[in-house]
Design a protein around this ligand. Sequence first.
Ligand SMILES: Nc1nc2c(ncn2[C@@H]2O[C@H](COP(=O)(O)OP(=O)(O)OP(=O)(O)O)[C@@H](O)[C@H]2O)c(=O)[nH]1
Ligand SMILES: [Mg+2]
Length: 298
Amino acid sequence: MVGIGAEFMTESELVSQASQGSRRALARLLTMIQQGDQESIDSVLSISPVQSIGITGPPGVGKSCLTDCLAKIFADRGERVGVLCIDPSSPISGGSLLGDRMRMEQSGVHDRIYIRSVATRTSHSSIPLRLKAMISALSIAGMDRVLIETVGVGQTEIGIVSMTDSVLLVDGPDRGDIVQAEKAGLLELADVVVVNKGDLPGSEQAAANIRSGLALGPASNVPVVVVSALNRTGIDELVEALESIQSRPSVEIVKWRHRLSSAVMDELVSRSSFESAVRDLVEGHISIEQAIQNIIQQ
Ligand SMILES: Nc1nc2c(ncn2[C@@H]2O[C@H](COP(=O)(O)OP(=O)(O)OP(=O)(O)O)[C@@H](O)[C@H]2O)c(=O)[nH]1
Ligand SMILES: [Mg+2]
């Protein structure tokens, strides 16, 4: 394949080249998956994916800086780390990756770290399923671990982090956005809560508030760790907390519910009967119950 661009390869050639370390083949494979190419998705799904960590939280709390710290720690141990930055605003090759790259200063220069931005603007509903295939593609390419940063605390983020093995919810010292995360149901998926910007006043108090809030509910054992991604303090404790995560059956049920509903949505919305049902609804020919029947029966 020497001299032939990755864009001319078949899916199985891409998989084979990516597994032999070709970053161009990996990039191409990820693009095809991101665009929803079914053959590319199918070509990776038999691979059992490596450990993935979802990192989510409100805008600006320091997720990228923290992801950078964690990627660097794992890479310094000799692991190969894939980083996916889920970006709701960017088109396929949008500009904000540059911003993330700049914030991910350490990771950007580390040869065991592979960073990739994933645009969601054009392909909203299927991102969770495609994400699963992207983690598999990174696994094929020899990554030992995948970190996934996503911005926000709403339903989209729940769909995304449900695909990961563990979930890290990041908050800042003065935000209290954790309340929004709780309302959306994201808090119940969190394996570790991080209060970042621990160098600023109010972070210990914010952590104490979160701990007392959690103490009342089913997530009372979830650790709340104060860190500063900027000063790199508290990161060892965070890694320890990440490595002590125990699987919780109640969370597994919630995650599988989200995964299945993403898959069901994806399957039904992609049917041609979905679009014709939309047209029939607009023209007043059918009821929504009939529309559902038409789609299911296709
Ligand atoms: N004081 C302080 N500032 C921090 C810390 N971590 C990140 N920041 C700053 O917070 C700002 C946002 O950091 P990012 O890592 O881009 O935050 P983010 O959550 O990824 O932001 P979005 O992806 O845009 O939601 C930057 O100006 C960082 O320098 C920290 O530990 N302490
Ligand atoms: Mg970010």
